[in-house]
Design a protein around this ligand. Structure first.
Ligand code: GRF
Length: 192
């Protein structure tokens, strides 16, 4: 992997709120951080998360998603131009093609709000509660060409209480997400 100032040049892809982006930016600013966030890409020009990138003066680019191929071609060019060595999907709501995943030649991570392989896709909290699961949690995994299915890097669970609603569970899981995404990056980059 190519490094910049000893840190791995990282791009974060977002579509919305960007709380995971914010936690990754915080981590990237710590002394021991292994990454430098060099680029934020979004398919949504109104993504709230863009504010975090702007505040931290991180190069942030909106690519219109008129079709997957043109979006991915432009993203590939930007990744090359910025010497990106790691992609972190953080609430990025589009599915990347097998061609893109193969052609970037760098790891792509994603964070998902469930204990994968359980509850791939959307509405994870609702489904976990309806199925009377005792635990939910969050998972960071490598992205492959199947939805939420790549190798699991890190996972942490949280108890689902009888009193939990979709919202309260969502909040608890989000807290875990913010904690484990930086940890998963460290694990990936140090092969630990
Ligand atoms: C998170 O719950 C993440 O696990 C899922 O989408 C949500 C994004 O939240 N993939 P945010 O934009 O990072 O706040």
């Amino acid at each position: 992997m190519e490094k910049s100032f000893g840190k791995t040049n990282t791009a974060v892809f977002i579509s919305g709120r960007g709380s995971n982006l914010s936690s990754l930016i915080k981590y990237s600013k710590t002394k021991k951080s292994l990454i430098r966030i060099a680029l934020v890409i979004t398919d949504n020009s109104d993504a709230k998360g863009l504010e975090y990138a702007k505040k931290s003066k991180i190069n942030n680019i909106f690519i219109k998603y008129s079709d997957r191929e043109s979006f991915e071609n432009r993203a590939l060019k930007l990744l090359k131009k910025n010497n990106i060595d790691l992609i972190c999907l953080a609430g990025f709501m589009k599915i990347l093609s097998r061609k893109f995943i193969t052609n970037v030649y760098i790891p792509i991570l994603n964070i998902h709000p469930s204990l994968l392989p359980k509850y791939r896709g959307l509405n994870t909290h609702n489904r976990a509660i309806l199925n009377k699961e005792k635990y939910s949690g969050a998972t960071v995994h490598i992205v492959n060409d199947k939805l939420d299915s790549g190798k699991i890097i890190l996972q942490e669970k949280v108890k689902i209480l009888k009193s939990d609603s979709v919202n309260s569970l969502k909040k608890k899981v989000l807290k875990i997400e913010h904690k484990i995404y930086p940890k998963a990056i460290i694990k990936l980059l140090t092969n630990y």
